[in-house]
Design a protein around this ligand. Structure first.
Ligand code: ATP
Ligand code: MG
Length: 204
């Protein structure tokens, strides 16, 4: 039997995608010897149903623009083609069917998202299906080890912590900068910057 394929999954709203997402995905790919990382923009982010989110088509195009120069990055529209809230458990189950059992899945999150995973739909079932990599800064809360322990044996096996040079960048901050007319150069790839201005996104 051949070596198992190792697939990273970077889920997010990507409204818009920024260098924090890209650097984190690349750092995890490197450290965990992943064959590739698939970026999956959520059509309907379950935790953002009370707020307005940019049309999925724009978020998908920006994700493609941002990742196309990296041969180890791919983008999937799997969540865009599914109605209702975009639950990760449904996505991973679908990917297992697609890739077969010979693939190991590593779901990549930032420190803020890993802190919230106990609220995710069918999280225990999800932990059985994939690893979680919580990217966090040295000495920075939340403590991924603590979150790991809260899931007992399953957490010990499936939740991992990786120290990355996390950048203080968020999509929220980028949207606010655009509203105020500030520059977003070097915070997003220039192709994404150009797309945002061309489509007039985040102006109001
Ligand atoms: P928003 O401010 O709209 O919530 P965001 O910047 O947090 O946007 P998301 O699309 O919500 O981006 O996040 C997708 C994933 O990327 C999450 O796991 C989040 O923790 C992670 N992430 C976001 N920003 C960073 C960053 N600067 N460094 C590392 N990980 C990040
Ligand atoms: Mg977020």
């Amino acid at each position: 039997m051949g070596k198992k394929k190792r697939l990273g999954i970077m889920g997010g709203t990507f409204d818009p995608i920024h260098v924090g997402h890209l650097m984190t995905a690349e750092a995890v790919r490197d450290e965990y010897n992943l064959d590739k990382v698939i970026f999956i923009p959520a059509a309907v982010p379950p935790h953002k149903q009370q707020q307005s989110v940019t049309m999925a088509k724009h978020r998908y195009v920006m994700t493609v623009l941002a990742t196309c120069s990296n041969p180890n990055f791919e983008v999937s529209d799997i969540e865009m083609n599914r109605p209702g809230p975009s639950y990760t458990i449904d996505t991973i189950s679908q990917l297992i069917t697609q890739y077969g059992k010979g693939t190991e899945f590593f779901f990549i999150t930032g420190a803020d998202a890993i802190q919230e995973i106990h609220t995710w739909d069918r999280i225990d079932e999800l932990l059985e299906l994939c690893h979680f990599i919580g990217a966090s800064r040295q000495g920075c809360l939340p403590d991924v080890n603590q979150i790991k322990e809260s899931f007992g044996e399953l957490g010990k096996r499936k939740i991992h912590r990786l120290e990355t040079p996390e950048l203080e960048i968020s999509s929220t901050d980028i949207r606010n900068r655009i509203k105020k007319g500030y520059s977003i150069k070097y915070i997003v790839p220039s192709s994404v910057e150009q797309y945002i201005y061309k489509e007039g996104l985040y102006k109001d």
